[in-house]
Design a protein around this ligand. Structure first.
Ligand code: ATP
Length: 361
């Protein structure tokens, strides 16, 4: 068995009964023991993929393999999957212990109660809910319910853990804490995990790798840092990053890239970064706010319309072509609202896209 392809999805498609093609020819693989984030905006098809992997939905075509074996014909209960749903789906009339034990005392492989309790207690200890054993879910906080749902998904010692937006019902601070805990837990247990989220920061923080979807198609399947440093296309560059990337309309001539507020000489660009020879015409130049730096010698002159404080840093905001652009500076920066200043762009950190979104530099 190829551990690099512990879960493999090949040319997967899903057309719903109403004719909507939610997943279009998607292929990816997941390494054994990895935590992989399926990331994308609402409606891009993340849950549809998870449900096909779990066996809750049938693919219209394509293959799903676990450990090299097709599972498309395997019933959900026989796929050895743990599923943590967005709303946790706990049984309200059962205690925490009963909820966690439940998968072990039903079905054809059910265990003796004492054995089931022992396994449940192991996972309740790992998820730090031992003290809550006799509580009912209605008396628990969102974070506690989340832990119960995870413990319940793990008791059958599944080979794959699927989590669909597991943190979306938690407040921001708790989300940060629980996402660290989830990563530590799945690494301790060593379980291969697919984690669905629409939150790019969450994906970057916990994923061994990230698969970014839009409109039923994979946009990039890569290590987190490559979404920053080497985005495949305009959608990726704009979906990942906070504050969001700055985009400027530019016209390419034989010698230059001309924007309304600045000009860049083509000779100053790294020629090796061009993906192909490009004709003159309209392009979008994109650069992350941390790579637009106040500099008296800089090529871009603008007036600061607004300043936002985000912890250790400030975002300087200015208008370019009626769009807002941003520069990320340190908290100590003396620049004030209304100042007219110059910015330099780190030219080895800019990207160029065609109007259709194809990356050409
Ligand atoms: P969210 O983050 O909002 O849950 P998602 O990325 O998980 O979104 P899916 O739930 O997989 O997206 O849905 C993908 C697309 O398929 C959406 O356009 C959705 O409207 C559509 N869809 C989902 N379920 C069905 C269904 N049963 N019948 C028809 N279309 C559906």
């Amino acid at each position: 068995m190829d551990n690099n392809k512990f879960v493999e999805v090949k040319k997967l498609r899903k057309v719903y009964d109403n004719g909507h093609e939610a997943i279009k020819n998607v292929s990816f693989s997941v390494k054994k023991g990895d935590l992989v984030c399926l990331l994308g905006p609402s409606g891009c098809g993340k849950t549809t993929i998870l449900n096909m992997i779990a066996g809750l939905l049938n693919p219209s075509s394509g293959e799903i393999l676990f450990g090299g074996k097709s599972v498309v014909e395997v019933a959900p209960k026989d796929r050895q999957i743990g599923y943590v749903f967005q709303n946790y789906a706990l049984y309200p009339h059962m205690t925490v212990l009963q909820n966690v034990m439940f998968p072990l005392i039903v079905g054809k492989n059910k265990k003796a109660k004492a054995d089931a309790q022992k396994i449940a207690e192991k996972y309740m200890s790992l998820t730090q809910i031992t003290e809550l054993a006799e509580q009912k879910p209605g008396n628990l906080s969102g974070g506690q319910q989340q832990r119960v749902a995870i413990a319940r998904a793990l008791v059958q010692e599944p080979q794959i853990l699927l989590m669909d937006e597991p943190l979306s019902n938690l407040d921001a601070r708790l989300r940060l804490k629980i996402r660290e805990e989830i990563r530590a837990l799945v690494k301790t247990v060593g379980i291969t995990t697919l984690f669905v989220t629409h939150d790019q920061e969450e994906a970057l923080s916990i994923g061994d790798k990230i698969i970014l979807f839009n409109d039923g198609v994979i946009q990039q399947d890569d290590l987190g840092e490559n979404f920053y440093l080497d985005p495949n296309n305009y959608f990726v560059a704009n979906f990942v990053g906070n504050p969001v990337i700055d985009n400027f309309k530019v016209k390419k001539t034989d010698q230059e890239l001309q924007a309304s507020q600045f000009t860049i000489k083509l000779a100053d660009l790294d020629q090796a970064r061009f993906k192909r020879a490009i004709p003159n015409g309209d392009y979008i130049l994109s650069v992350r706010p941390e790579n637009i730096v106040p500099d008296p010698e800089g090529v871009l002159r603008a007036t600061i319309d607004d300043i936002e404080l985000i912890g250790r840093e400030r975002i300087l905001k200015f208008t370019s072509d009626q769009n807002q652009a941003r520069s990320l500076v340190s908290l100590e920066s003396p620049i004030k609202h209304g100042d007219e200043i110059n910015f330099q762009m780190r030219l080895n950190r800019i990207f160029l896209f065609t109007p259709e979104g194809e990356r050409v530099y």
